[in-house]
Design a protein around this ligand. Structure first.
Ligand code: ADP
Ligand code: MG
Length: 385
C-alpha cells in the first residue's frame, strides 16, 4: 500500500523530498435518536470502520492540487486565492475547498499542498462522507500547520462549510461524530447545547451491521421540510401557555391539545424517541434485550408516527428481522432510502449478510450491501510515508 501511494504521488504530482502524511476520517452511523437534532433532543451516533484516507504532501507551487480515487475531476487552485467561491464546475472539490475557505475566514493561511483522497465510504448513502471529507481536510491542514485546535471546533467549522459554502442545512451531528468518535463507544450528544458523553458499548455476542439498501434519496428533501414544519407547529401549540420547551422535552400527556393529527403524530415520535435515547444510555452497556426493543420501537415510531420509512426501508427491516440471529433492525437517517442497521448474533453474521442481500435483491431489485461496524476513533493521523 505505502509503495503504491508513493508511486501514485510520483505519477500525479512528481517527485519531492517532503514526506507524505496520511490521515483518516471515518463515516458515522446514528444508532438511535432520529429527527431529534432540530427538535432540541439528543442523538447517539458513532464513527464507523468505513472512512476516507487522505495522503497529503506540501508542494512548492503555492497550489492546492487535489485528486480523489473515486472521482475523475482533478482540482487545482492557487493556495493564496483571495476568496474561494463555490463552483458547480469543481464538483466534489467544493467539499475540501469549502472548509479551506472557512479556515481562511478564521484567519489561517496555507501554502501549497498535494491531496490524494482514497475512500471505502459510500457517498450519498447517509454515512456522512461529506462531513468526513470536510473534517479530514481541516484536521490535516491544521495539524500540518501545527495549529492546536480542538475537535469540537473543527466539527463546528466543518458544519459551517456545509451550511454556508455547500448550502446544505445540516445539524452538527455528522461533523461531530466523525471528529469525536471513540473506539468502543457511542456518543450521546445534545445537539442544542453540544454537551456530550461517551457510552461504552457491550453487546455481548451480538454485532451491529449497517444495511446499505443502495436506494436513492431523491424524495427526501420535500418530506424533510414538511416534517420540520409539522414539528414546529406541534412545538408552538404545546408552548401556547408561554412556555418555551423544545418538542423533544415536552410531555406526551399534553399531546391532545395539538389540533392537527399530523403534528400530533410527529410529536409522538419525537418525544418517545428522546425517551428511547435516554433508555439506550443504560441499555447499551449490557441489556441486549432492551437494546433490541428500543431499536425496533424506533423503527415502528418512524414508520407509524413520523411516517418517513417508505417501502425500501420497511422491506429492509422486515427482511432483516426475518433472518436467524437478527434481533433488531431500524432505518437510519432522514428516511425513505439509504441505510439502516441490524443487530445480529456474532455466529450468524456471515449467513445474515448473504441471505439478506439475496432476499433484498429478490424483493426490490437493489444490490444491497452489509457492513460490520464497531465504534471507531474519530479523525486522526495514521503516519508518514
Ligand atoms: P453523504 O454525506 O450522505 O455521503 P452527501 O451528498 O452529503 O452524502 O455528500 C456526498 C458528496 O461528498 C460526494 O458527492 C462528493 O462530492 C463528496 N465526497 C464524499 N466522499 C468523497 C471522496 N472520497 N472523494 C471526493 N469527494 C467525496
Ligand atoms: Mg452529507
Amino acid at each position: 500500500m505505502e509503495k503504491n501511494i508513493d508511486q501514485i504521488f510520483k505519477r500525479l504530482f512528481g517527485t519531492s523530498n517532503h514526506a507524505i502524511h496520511h490521515y483518516h476520517c471515518p463515516g458515522r452511523l446514528n444508532f438511535i435518536g432520529e429527527h431529534l437534532d432540530y427538535n432540541g433532543g439528543s442523538v447517539m451516533p458513532f464513527a464507523i470502520e468505513l472512512g476516507i484516507d487522505l495522503y497529503i504532501r506540501p508542494n512548492q507551487e503555492m497550489k492546492f492540487r487535489m485528486f480523489s480515487s473515486d472521482f475523475e475531476k482533478q482540482i487545482i487552485l492557487p493556495s493564496d486565492t483571495e476568496k474561494i467561491q463555490y463552483s458547480k464546475d469543481n464538483g466534489w472539490g467544493n467539499y475540501p475547498l469549502g472548509i479551506i475557505e472557512i479556515l481562511k475566514q478564521k484567519g489561517f493561511s496555507f501554502d501549497g499542498y498535494d491531496f490524494y483522497f482514497k475512500s471505502n465510504l459510500p457517498t450519498g448513502a447517509g454515512l456522512s462522507s461529506s462531513a468526513a471529507i470536510e473534517v479530514l481536510t481541516a484536521f490535516a491542514l491544521l495539524d500540518l500547520a501545527a495549529e492546536k485546535i480542538d475537535r469540537t471546533q473543527i466539527a463546528l467549522w466543518a458544519k459551517e462549510a456545509e451550511n454556508n459554502f455547500i448550502g446544505v442545512a445540516c445539524g452538527i451531528m455528522d461533523q461531530f461524530a466523525v471528529a469525536m468518535g471513540k473506539n468502543g463507544h457511542l456518543i450521546c450528544l445534545n445537539c442544542e447545547t453540544m454537551d456530550y458523553s461517551y457510552v461504552p458499548v457491550n453487546l455481548d455476542g451480538y454485532s451491529i451491521l449497517i444495511l446499505n439498501t443502495k436506494t436513492s434519496r431523491s424524495l427526501e428533501h420535500s418530506y424533510f421540510n414538511t416534517r420540520r414544519a409539522e414539528c414546529e407547529e406541534a412545538e408552538n401549540e404545546l408552548n401556547k401557555n408561554g412556555n418555551s420547551t423544545r418538542l423533544a422535552h415536552a410531555d406526551l400527556k399534553h399531546l391532545d391539545i395539538i389540533p392537527s393529527e399530523n403534528a400530533r403524530k410527529r410529536a409522538q415520535h419525537v418525544i418517545s424517541e428522546q425517551s428511547r435515547v435516554i433508555a439506550m444510555k443504560d441499555a447499551i452497556s449490557g441489556d441486549i434485550d432492551l437494546v433490541a426493543g428500543l431499536i425496533n420501537a424506533s423503527h415502528l415510531s418512524l414508520k407509524n408516527d413520523f411516517e418517513v420509512t417508505g417501502e425500501y426501508l420497511d422491506r429492509m427491516q422486515e427482511i432483516a428481522l426475518r433472518q436467524d440471529g437478527c434481533i433488531a433492525s431500524r432505518m437510519t437517517g432522514a428516511g425513505f432510502a439509504g441505510c439502516g442497521l441490524a443487530i445480529v448474533e456474532n455466529e450468524k453474521v456471515s449467513s445474515f449478510k448473504n441471505v439478506f442481500v439475496e432476499q433484498y435483491k429478490d424483493a426490490l431489485g437493489f444490490d444491497a450491501e452489509v457492513y460490520t461496524c464497531n465504534p471507531q476513533n474519530g479523525v486522526h493521523k495514521v503516519g508518514e510515508i
